[in-house]
Design a binder for this molecule. Sequence first.
Ligand code: DGT
Ligand code: CA
Ligand code: ZN
Length: 596
Amino acid sequence: MTKEEVAAALDEIGTLLELKGENPFRCNAYHNAARIIQQLEDNLQDLVASGKLSEIRGIGDTMQEKIITLVTTGRLPFLEELRSSIPAGLVEMLRIPGLGPKKVKALHDQLHISSVAELQAACQRGEIARLKGFGEKTQQKILEGIAFLQTQNQRVRLDQALPLAEEVMERLRRVADVQDIAVCGSIRRRRETIHDIDILVCSSHPEAVMDVFIQLPQVEQVLAHGKSKSSVRLSGYVHGEKVSLQADLRVVTAPQYPYALLYFTGSKEHTVRLRQRALSRGWTLNEYMMGTDKQSIPARTEADIYAALDLQYVPPELREDTGEIEAAERHELPTLIEESDIQGVFHCHTTASDGMATLEEMAQAAQRLGWQYLGIADHSQSLTVARGLSPEAVRRQWEAIDRLNGQLSGLRLLKGTEVDILEDGTLDYPEELLAGFDYVVASVHTRFQMSREEMTARVCKALAHPAVTMLGHPTGRLLLRRDGYKIDLDAVIRTAAQHGKMIEINAQPLRLDLDWLHVKQARNLGVPLVINPDAHSTHELTFYRYGVMVARRGWLQREQVFNTRPLAAVLEELHRRKQAWLSNVGLAGKSHRRHH
Ligand code: DGT
Ligand code: CA
Ligand code: ZN
């Protein structure tokens, strides 16, 4: 078994034990072990073989035994027994937002509910509202959660689909006579969630490619097997989670390839506009060609097709018919930001709060990424679930940062905080402490249930605070898991513009928050965006790449993203902001005294 599979098995054990009402410490031991295994940098097989597994912090004797069994035999009787002792529907019910193992267990024990469908029916009959510990509100929330699940069911996240698509492409690329290959559809456009993988191959021997495709080890089921098109159901493990989705493969000839690439990249809305444009020139445009019955217009690349239609080349991320055709007509498309433009980030966590890696480890990882600066933003004091830092702990971290900055070459650590925006819109540290940070990320982590008006006022009040540099994950959404809290984002973006505040594009692929559509809106109002990985481990620093994808979909150029600036410019800007705040406070203090 690979480490992903082992991690998924341990995680599943933790969840199943929770459903059985086991002691929380025992359940958490499995969840923690899963996380540790998944983030191992060493090879798991080697660790097992050399007997060094027990030296890893957080892996006890029993855990070690189970991991060894999984790695060496590929199965675990303990897990199999657990699975057969619990209805599969209970695990499914856990996907309903707001429904944890305790509640699921209560529903099963008291009403014998063992599937999402049974739960939905019971809610509709009003039975959940009458249950002790549930009530009318919870019943309503469960119903909304089920409806949400049903709309999201058929999709996976980009970070889950992309690696699977790449694995498949990697294999197909090596088939004889494959001249070109591309992933199309929503993956190529970098949408945040994906329904299926669309792969396009250019080859004059389609059968050979098809044969390899339908026999890939990741294939669970062959849905269709044709000469130039096949569909399969794929599955694999990504970050310890099992991912399963459909993949379509089409094989075309070299002259067809650019047309097919354009067509299958979509979006449908974008290519429909292109077809209309072709029609107005008397041409048909489809997935194989462009031209008239008598004469087709040859193209070697997609860019040739756009050029023939008198359009600037449109990058795939912009192909959503949200103004890109008009801009391409005027040759005014933005030069989009690229991964290599990023010079550092401002939001990551260390072991001081809920991160997995130390300050030193994070700094080394940032050096390996070639960054000029790394901003540390651990949680603030009231967020005890994430081990938020007390003011004393903050000061200790500042000392550690100063010390490390004295030793590091080429990387500068910046002192930041992810300060909680409290219920009333105030910040979770006193101003004297806030004044000691280089910058402040302000985020909401509690009391998601407020009304839209209250939440908007709460966040806008925080944005107006002069200590705040940027807003963190503006909606709190978790893709395919829970909607964000209710908030008027338009008002939040306007407020940010008014006070000259930045907004984060949280690049955790589970969040991608701010979303691309609002990124575009923020950009239009001149609000600077910041791409932050919100990393809780060294590996998660690489999440910044997903943030760049969102930024590109939001039409951002390098200049509109703060962390594309070099260190000197960043320091100057942060210094300027802090001086503006502190000198203002000083003036306010003086005039105060004069009046009394
Ligand atoms: P997804 O799979 O829901 O994440 O999104 P897409 O965009 O990958 O959609 P998909 O897989 O149904 O189709 C891939 C591309 O094929 C789509 O972006 C555009 C093209 N396409 C599919 N169906 C149609 C259609 O009926 N008309 C046109 N013009 N294009 C289509
Ligand atoms: Ca697709
Ligand atoms: Zn946060």
